[in-house]
Design a protein around this ligand. Structure first.
Ligand SMILES: Nc1nc2c(ncn2[C@@H]2O[C@H](COP(=O)(O)OP(=O)(O)OP(=O)(O)O)[C@@H](O)[C@H]2O)c(=O)[nH]1
Ligand SMILES: [Mg+2]
Length: 372
């Protein structure tokens, strides 16, 4: 048996016994390792071939790992995906990390939002959300880990607020925790992409410790898997299409009542009642938006789900073949209807309207004051 050696890419314990199980590396490779910087077979495949192999850890295992934080004296950096705030928010975060912890909220992936979005407005909205949820935060920072925006400022805020304590980066899976830590490592050591990142949920499997000084460290943690986010229901290939990679282009539709817009086959917006008005849709540029008459919409869905109306595709319909209708009476000018993980629709006019959103009941849908 080995002493406890961790994969530097994902934090899993390295083992040499079973090549089909997580953390595997051949004994010969492990024995040659002198610098203690091994990466497991799964991370190797992710880094070099962008392929994922199944893991045996489930949502509950990750929860257990994160719960161990509640007894630690540390600064918590909670990361959310700004494009998918509700889908990446962990409702019981203070229970998990322990009450009365110092929390810094980091909204990542701001590069995805259209340039016209005012950062101050988003910050205000986030402060309001935190207040509503009864969570006191030390600060809120907007960053793009990938584009290296806001990283210097975040690093110095963390250094100031941690008051000599350890730092844990926590959040839902896929929000960009490991990408962020890689940038922090790069700032201090110049080493690039030390930790494995990928667009697949569940990339990091264990706590990864990066020393800050002789006594304290910053820790990457496995993301919590949330089942109300759309990414939970899509296979790896479909996810590539649905998760936006570039700045989202707003798509504007002038609609009459009794018209519908399909987001591939994943969601449908019905403009049920109201005067002709414009709707702006923010979703991955790769999702086809398909306009049709409301009276034809059910029929079209039944005939063409997985083909004309995709993603999802025929082999991967999952929950999508069974959508449910939710109704919204919009009265305030500039309201966003958010479909967790997919994007949102801004209702622009103050004429008022009645909208139905047809999507599986598992996907969270809600309204908010427009953030743009
Ligand atoms: N557009 C954009 N994508 C990002 C950004 N940061 C991370 N990503 C992407 O988001 C995906 C997930 O990134 P990771 O760093 O692996 O996320 P994680 O939170 O560590 O995920 P788990 O380890 O599964 O919990 C990858 O495809 C990243 O390239 C960002 O600032 N902007
Ligand atoms: Mg990670």
């Amino acid at each position: 048996m080995l002493g406890r050696i961790q994969c530097i890419g994902c934090g899993i314990e390295i083992q040499t016994e079973d090549s089909t199980k997580q953390g595997y590396l051949p004994k010969s490779v492990v024995e040659k390792n002198i610098e203690n910087s091994l990466i497991c077979k799964r991370c190797f495949r992710l880094k070099h071939h962008n392929e994922i192999s199944d893991i045996e850890l489930g949502a509950e295992d990750f929860y257990q790992l994160i719960r161990s934080l509640s007894t630690k004296n540390a600064l918590i950096v909670k990361v959310v995906d700004i494009f998918d705030f509700s889908g990446s928010w962990i409702e019981d975060v203070t229970d998990i990390v322990g009450k009365n912890k110092d929390i810094v909220l980091v909204a990542n992936k701001i590069d995805l939002l259209p340039k016209s979005v005012k950062e101050n407005k988003i910050k205000q909205w986030l402060f309001k959300m935190m207040k509503q949820k009864g969570i006191k935060v030390k600060d809120i920072l907007l960053i793009s880990a990938i584009k290296n925006q806001g990283i210097d400022e975040l690093a110095s805020r963390i250094d100031y607020l941690r008051e000599g304590k350890d730092v844990y980066i926590v959040g839902a899976t896929n929000v960009g925790k490991s990408t962020l830590i890689n940038k922090l490592i790069e700032l201090t050591s110049g080493d690039k992409n030390v930790i494995t990142t990928s667009h697949f949920p569940g990339t990091t499997l264990g706590m990864i410790e990066i020393p800050l000084d002789s006594k304290t460290s910053i820790f990457d943690t496995p993301g919590i898997i949330l089942d109300y986010d759309i990414s939970h229901y899509l296979n790896a290939n479909t996810l590539k299409l649905v998760l936006p990679k570039k700045e989202i282009k707003a798509r504007v539709f002038q609609l009459n009542a009794e018209q519908s817009i399909f987001f591939g086959g994943m969601c449908r917006m019905d403009f049920v009642e109201g005067d002709r008005q414009s709707f702006t849709i923010y979703a991955s540029n790769q999702i086809d938006l398909h306009r049709t008459k409301l009276e034809n919409a059910d029929n079209l869905f039944e005939k063409h789900l997985g083909e004309l109306l995709s993603p999802p595709f025929k082999d991967d319909l999952s929950i999508f073949s069974n959508p449910e209708k939710r109704s919204f009476d919009i009265t305030a000018r500039k309201t966003d209807i958010v479909i967790s993980g997919l994007g949102w629709i801004t209702v622009n006019s103050d004429l008022g309207c009645k909208i139905n959103i047809v999507t599986p009941k598992e996907i969270e849908v809600f309204t908010r004051e427009s953030i743009i």
